[in-house]
Ligand binder design. Sequence first.
Ligand code: K1U
Ligand code: ZN
Length: 172
Amino acid sequence: MTIKKILTEPNKILRQISKDVLSVGNEERKLMDDMLQTMYNANGIGLAAIQVGVPKRIIVMDISKDRNSPMYFVNPLIKNKDIKMSTYEEGCLSVPDQFAEIDRPSFCEVEYLNYNGEKKLLKAEGLLATCIQHEMDHLEGILFIDYLSKLKKNRALEKVKKIQKKNNEESK
Ligand code: K1U
Ligand code: ZN
C-alpha cells in the first residue's frame, strides 16, 4: 500500500467536480487501500479521492477510536436528510490545522457502492453524518471553509499559507 500526498489549499484540483465510477474493479480497490493508509497516516477520519488528486467519486472513512472499522463509499448519493441541523467543529486534511463550527443536517441516508461494488444504504447520525457530508462536499469541489464568512475564510487561508511557508523553509 502507498501513502499518497494529500493536496492542500490553495489548489485548483481540490475544486474539481469528481466523476462517477463506472465499475468497482481492482484499480478502484487499490486506490481505496492507498487512501485508507494515507488517511490513517495523517490521523484523519475521512478522505475523498480528489484530496490525493484523483477526480473519482470515492471516499474512505473510519470514525472508530481503535481505527479498525474502515468504510468505503463509491458514487455516494444522499437519499434523505433531516431538516434538523447539528453543529460540529470540523477540520480538513486539505486545510491543515484549521477548525471551525459548521452546521449540517443531523441525519442523512446515503446510497453507495461498497468495496466490492455492492449497493448499500447507510443511515447516519452524529459524527458519521457530519463526516460523510463533509467528504461528499469534496466530490463537488466544496471545502468546509466555504461555509464561513469571507473574513474567516481568508484568515484560515492566510494561516494555511503561513504554515506551508514555514514547513517549506524548514525542509530546505
Ligand atoms: O480532510 C478530510 O476530509 C478529513 C477530515 C474529516 C472530518 C473531520 C471532522 C469533521 C468532519 C470531517 C479529518 O479527518 S480532519 C482531521 C482531524 O483533525 C479530526 C479528526 C477527528 C475529529 C475532528 C478532526
Ligand atoms: Zn476535508
